[in-house]
Design a protein around this ligand. Structure first.
Ligand SMILES: [Mn+2]
Length: 350
């Protein structure tokens, strides 16, 4: 596996100098942040990320994310132009050495949580989603904003998007994804880049908006659209794992054996009976997921893709981007390094 860490560029309070001090850290996961979805990234911006990483002995070879414009997901408006721009972005990042591009196909909202700084008894804080807080929320109401939502939408624009997705429905969203992949994957194959779709977070519809990258049946359907290693998954344990119907070690075993996992996001969540969930420390004992079994499923099936410690808690007084502080993600990386070493050595001894 190739250990990696997400870095938000020049504005990230976590420096590459610090990231490079984490044992076994190899790759940087980043993106160009000053271009709107649908636009073309400048080669200078891509080259800057690569050069910064190299100063610290790190490799910029994973992009997270190239955002997919709503017109592509809705199959309308400037869809074809944005798809051509997307292809150009793939060619440009590939030229700079990128091997894997993470993206998602969630309508309107990216990840959704109801609180970003829920305090645990030990004083650490983390992202949580509580169903009783979520119920009764109407995203079209004045002034309502939840973490992870794009605040740039005007109220009328948001209403129009909701109407459009309501008409499109799940099958319409599948058609858009199929069109996107059939256009993009031949380009990424030619460039030596693996596309890695991130599951919907959480993996079920919210506010009546369709969500399709949610469960084993739908992951199978997505991978079958273009049957190629270039059309692969970002298997995010915490996103798929906040629905009880997903057996995470089982999914990892299956898709690693098929060589369709390009990128692993590894973190733990505590699932509650009513479907609520809390992000926790990475250790198996901290949440509902068995991180040892997940690691074993990867090693047993010859996984050689990218791994990053996903969201961490805020600990030791650190302030910064919720889920993306240095300390707990560094602890996560150290823990994951340990799991991989132990599982790999045990396997070698057999
Ligand atoms: Mn993730």
């Amino acid at each position: 596996m190739k250990m990696s860490f997400r870095w938000y560029g020049a504005d990230d309070p976590v420096s590459l100098a610090y990231i490079s001090q984490i044992p076994n850290m190899r790759s940087i996961v980043s993106a160009v942040y000053d271009v709107k979805p649908g636009g073309v990234w400048s080669e200078a911006s891509i080259a800057w990320i690569k050069a910064e990483c190299e100063k610290y002995g790190l490799i910029f070879d994973v992009v997270e994310s190239i955002p997919v414009h709503e017109d592509i997901k809705l199959g309308r408006g400037r869809c074809e132009e944005y798809i051509e721009n997307y292809k150009e972005n793939i060619r440009r990042v590939a030229k700079a050495g990128v091997k894997c591009v993470c993206y998602n196909f969630m309508p309107v909202f990216d990840w959704t949580r109801t609180q970003l700084d829920k305090a645990a008894p030990d004083g650490s804080t983390s992202l949580v989603m509580y169903m009783d807080q979520l119920r009764g929320l109407d995203p079209l109401n004045d002034g309502l904003s939840l973490p992870g939502w794009d605040a740039s939408y005007e109220k009328e624009e948001m209403k129009e998007l909701f109407r459009a997705y309501g008409q499109l429905g799940e099958e319409g969203l599948w058609r858009s994804l199929e069109h996107f992949l059939k256009e993009i994957i031949p380009v990424t194959e030619a460039c030596g880049v693996r596309m890695a779709i991130h599951p919907d977070d959480p993996p079920y519809p919210i506010f009546g908006l369709p969500r399709i990258i949610t469960c084993e049946k739908n992951l199978d359907r997505m991978l079958a659209i273009v049957d190629s290693p270039a059309n692969s998954l970002t298997l995010c344990t915490g996103s798929l794992g906040c629905a009880a119907f997903n057996d995470i070690p089982g999914l990892v075993r299956k898709y690693a054996a098929m060589d369709r996992i390009a990128f692993m996001h590894m973190r733990n969540v505590q699932l509650m009976e009513d479907g609520s969930f809390e992000e926790r420390g990475h250790l198996s004992a901290c949440g509902s997921l068995d991180m040892y079994e997940i690691t074993k499923a990867l090693v047993d099936n010859g996984f050689d893709g990218y791994v990053r410690p996903d969201h961490g808690r805020m600990i030791w007084g650190e302030t910064g981007k919720p889920g993306y502080g240095l300390y707990d993600r560094a602890l996560g990386a150290a823990y994951l390094n340990g799991l991989f070493e132990a599982v790999e050595k045990a396997k070698g001894a057999n």
